[in-house]
Structures are given as structure tokens and as C-alpha cells.
Design a protein around this ligand. Sequence first.
Ligand code: XIL
Length: 297
Amino acid sequence: ASTLGAAAAQSGRYFGTAIAASRLGDGTYSSIAAREFNMITAENEMKPDATEPQRGQFNFSSGDQIYNWATQRGLKVRGHTLAWHAQQPSWWGGLSGSSLRQAMIDHINGVMAHYKGKLAAWDVVNEAFNEDGSRRGSNLQGTGNDWIEVAFRTARAADPSVKLCYNDYNIENWSYGKTQGVYNMIRDFKSRGVPIDCVGLQTHFTGGSSLPGNFQTTLQNFAALGVDVALTEVDVTNSSTSQYAGLTQACLNVPRCIGITVWGVRDSDSWRSSENPLLFDGGGNKKAAYTSVLNAL
Ligand code: XIL
């Protein structure tokens, strides 16, 4: 195959990218994105601050711009994200306790109703753990330790057709506290019947040429709990070809690793642009890392 999406499809997987609505008018950007990828994540446009800027007043204009652009081209869409400590609407800052909990529930219901039946997956909860595996302190955590479980139960009821994911970074190394913390939560959810279908490993890699310890083992161990896994926001400092090839191979080696998403198109589009972490350079040319991924798929 000659594109990332088609190559990933050979094994039934997808290869995606994050898209910014503000860049879709850039012809180089949009043509690379539509050609190479078959799964799209909105980089910011489906986050809580974007979709519910005032309480009960939902705004899907930018999210729908990305959704429509993608689906008109036959590309699927992952939803990102419904509940997170960051990029919250400012009005959440004035709430706590049961009123914030209710606002979260109403937010999930409002956003999921709009996209009902349309998305491949939702990152229901994003980045809820500390590096040591304990729960991250946040206003949402302050509403009670069961906030994540409530978010997932609410999401399942709102749209039974969409896959529900927990998404986080620094959960790639099996011998790491945060990985264990997330793993224990997923195991607990599965044992108690809390609805969850997938774990997203953001896969923001920094430095070096080798993968975090036992990366493939981590994917296998999550999958063995009965969830799909996906690499959801991949970028790699200076686009290490060995790391890009390695993370691709690790996913391919795990049957329940369903796809890989890179967090942007060109280096110049990246939130880490100074690290040149993506598969296309600022001119839209394929980098060596692109070839290493394509060959591994
Ligand atoms: C980042 C976006 O890329 C930036 O444009 C924005 O300013 C901040 O958020 N983890 C996530 C993503 O789950 O939503 C973040 O995206 C990167 C880290």
C-alpha cells in the first residue's frame, strides 16, 4: 500500500491524525490529511471548553466542521474528549461537588446526543492519573472518586453504539506507577461491569531511540483485560525512526491494538513543533519516519 491508512487497513487497523479546523483551508495540509489517514481526531474542537462554552449552550460548529470534512472524504472520527482537568469551560470553575458532577453528566449527555451514532469512539475521560498511579487532583476528582465510573456509565446510556475509551499519557511503560494505576482501574471496571471498551495510550515519546520498557507487554496486558487498545496521540522527539517503527510493530503484534493516530500532520502543525515530532516536514514532505512506519505496517 502507498498510504498509511491503506497500509494499516491491510491488517484491519486504521491510521489517523489530529486535525485543527483552522488549518483545513490550507490545501497542502488538507490534501495530505485526506490522502494518508483514515481516522480523524479533532485536536481541540470537541473538548469541553469548545463544545459547551456556556452552561447548557452547546456549540458544535468547529467540531462539525472537522466531522463533516472527514466523513465527506470517507474518513472515520474519534471523539476527544468529554471529561478532563484541562480545557474546561470557564463556568466549570465556579462549580464544585454535586453541581459540578451534574454539569459533567449534562455535558456528556449533550455532546454525545449531538454525535450519537456517528463516531468510532469517545475518549470519555482523559488524563485522570498522577505519575505515581494515584488519582490526579482536579475539580472533577473533588466531586468524588467515582466520577470516572459515572462518566462511563453516563456515556454508555447516552450512545450505546460508540466505543468508550479511557485515554492517558505515560502509560506506555509497563514498569511505571501510572500504567499500573490505570491498569488497576480498568481491571476493576471490567470486574464490576462498568462500561469501558478501550484504552488510549497517547504515546507522546520524548528522546532516545528505544521504546519505553515493555511497551508491547503493556498493550498486551491491557488487551487481556478485555478492552481494545489504540495509540491515540503519537509524536516522537525528532521523529526517531526506530521509535516510530517500534511503536508501529508493537501495535501490529497485539491483535486488539486497533489503530494508531499521530497528533498532527506536519511538524509545523504540532503542539510540539520545536521537536519536529511528526511524519511530514513543514513543507509537507514525507520524512524518514514516514517510511519507517509505512514499511512496518
Ligand atoms: C493539545 C493540543 O494539541 C493543543 O493545540 C492545545 O493547545 C492543548 O492540547 N493530551 C491530550 C491532547 O489529550 O488533547 C492535547 O492536545 C495534548 C496532550
